[in-house]
Ligand binder design. Sequence first.
Ligand code: UDP
Length: 323
Amino acid sequence: MKALITGGAGFIGSHLADKLLSQGDEVYVIDDLSTGRLENVAHLRQNSRFHLAVESILNETVMDRLVSECDVIYHLAAAVGVELIVKSPVETIQRNILGTDVVLRLAARYLRRVLITSTSEIYGKSEAVPFREEDDRVLGPTTKGRWSYSDSKAIDEFLALAFYKEKNLQTIIVRLFNTVGPRQTGRYGMVIPRFVEQALKSQPLTVYGDGRQIRCFTYVEDVVQAIAKLMKTDAAVGEVFNIGNDQGISIEELAQKIISFTESSSVIERIPYDQAYEQGFEDMKIRVPDLGKAKQAISYRPRFQLDDILKRVIEHFRENEAV
Ligand code: UDP
């Protein structure tokens, strides 16, 4: 199988490249290195089944060639992280919507199966527990920038489903919940790499808001295994799936755990949301996926739990990142 991964030099994309190469696929990556890093795929550069194009997915000439040469497309290229979204809203909206439009139009030209990675941000500030794929979305006003991410990804989903219904394009949508693991950086706001880096540098751990917000963290290997499996599942075509872990923890408890696991002398510093992001920023109080649909389709069950995940991330930071 020849697979194209958009955003394949990113955190999740590079792990997906590892996974697909290990199952014998030939892997083509396109990444503009806006948030992806060459270091993430440096270990693959000598592999004759790995091919890299440093280019934007908005370059239709390059994308046309790649899509025509590949059998399947994993579309991961997107603006990443809430912090980036608040800082660069124009880029976020355009990158997400225009990029997915290119991918779907070209996939339809060559009739290639496409898996679109979406996000748990789709559910917005709904307090339903757990989130089911068919649940209503609850969003704030357009004057609050953070909701643009949710809506830009929702347009991607609408478009993918529309191509499926109207153009017979085989599309699969995966909503990823908080994903963590080696190669994820704290640069774009993600909480676990930030806390680990702060703890290892004996700096205060920056807990936003009251720290009672709950998240469930999934190890990246569970995520890429699920993505690869869904791609091979005919019954997944035209469907939307949550992929995540359903064991939650509050951000305050997470900070305490990381201090304890790193034996750090760091303290916890509370930072109001207005200061951390922007005036009037609203956070999700709790975000837990319902995994029933993924379980039924591909027998999905996350294998890695938080303590193990944290130990692996801490080890990665100690060995690879300059802390
Ligand atoms: N967060 C925090 N301190 C940080 C970074 C993030 O308290 O330095 C919080 C953030 O406000 C959110 C949670 O940790 O409630 C998870 O944030 P992340 O950006 O990793 O993912 P999100 O759930 O926002 O997509």
